[in-house]
Ligand binder design. Structure first.
Ligand SMILES: NC(=O)c1ccc[n+]([C@@H]2O[C@H](COP(=O)([O-])OP(=O)(O)OC[C@H]3O[C@@H](n4cnc5c(N)ncnc54)[C@H](OP(=O)(O)O)[C@@H]3O)[C@@H](O)[C@H]2O)c1
Length: 231
């Protein structure tokens, strides 16, 4: 059975990833901060016996290490680093930046996915696909930034891209493929109600892109539909 580990699995894109992969008979390791409050995920796990739910606050790097130990010897085919935060709020732009929040953005959006990849490397090596997905954003593209603002979010996703590109190069010889992926602008709590894309469409297309991803493409920054994005 193919296994995927998903962070931030309780709502938004993460929840739909769980649903679609479970429907497709994958073994889903669904991680979220507070399983007891994750009503929809718990209901999904009741419906699908191939979903198991684990508590994980990715901002706590110690929790990441403990989960990796708990799942020792479990083969993971795809490590999906989905959890993320936006952080920017109106009134806290350049001139009045919230540095504490910026630090949180860096922890959740950069340190956590890199740490996850470090400690789950042995599990990935036991799997077949050996694929790491870093859920990035087009807002992390410096080339695409023509509207400014969102300094906390943009810089954290740019840093994620830079770090994951290096991981891709460093781990290529060990057969680890790293996909840096933009989900599109999607109607979630983060994307907001003006987003043009519904969650199921984004997830269906990203699953296709993940399925078609190979080691030769490792380190590429791709749109949900598989098209290359500018750095
Ligand atoms: N939606 C879009 O248009 C869009 C566009 C580009 C990129 N993205 C990226 O796609 C990913 C998913 O976004 P989304 O739209 O589904 O956002 P969302 O609806 O706001 O969901 C974010 C998820 O991340 C989890 N999370 C946040 N901090 C966490 C932490 N410290 N530990 C564990 N989980 C944590 C949340 O859990 P809690 O419920 O516990 O807070 C939630 O499950 C993010 O990385 C985001 O940057 C989204």
């Amino acid at each position: 059975m193919t296994t995927i580990l998903i962070t931030g699995a309780n709502r938004g894109l993460g929840l739909e990833f769980c649903k679609q992969y479970a429907q497709d008979d994958w073994n889903v390791i669904a991680c979220c901060r507070e399983p007891k409050n994750a009503v929809e995920l718990t209901a999904l796990a009741t419906e699908f016996s191939n979903i198991s739910v684990f508590a994980l606050d990715v901002a706590d790097l110690g929790q990441i290490e403990n989960l990796a130990k708990q799942l020792d010897n479990t083969a993971i085919d795809v490590l999906l680093n989905n959890a993320g935060i936006y952080g920017d709020v109106s009134g806290r732009g350049f001139g009045n930046l919230d540095y504490e929040q910026w630090q949180k953005n860096m922890t959740v959006n950069v340190f956590a996915p890199v740490k996850m990849t470090e400690v789950f490397l042995p599990h990935l090596k036991l799997g077949k696909a050996k694929t790491v997905v870093a859920m990035s954003s087009l807002m992390g593209s410096i080339a695409d930034n023509t509207s400014g603002a969102s300094i906390l979010y943009r810089s954290s996703k740019s840093a994620l891209n830079a770090a994951m590109k290096s991981v891709a190069i460093d781990k290529h010889h060990e057969g680890i493929a790293v996909l840096i992926l933009h989900p599109g602008w999607v109607k979630t709590d983060m994307g907001g109600s003006n987003a043009p894309m519904e969650i199921p469409e984004s997830i269906t297309k990203m699953r296709e892109t993940i399925a078609n991803f190979t080691l030769e493409k490792s380190g590429e920054f791709l749109n949900y539909n598989g098209k290359t994005l500018p750095w």
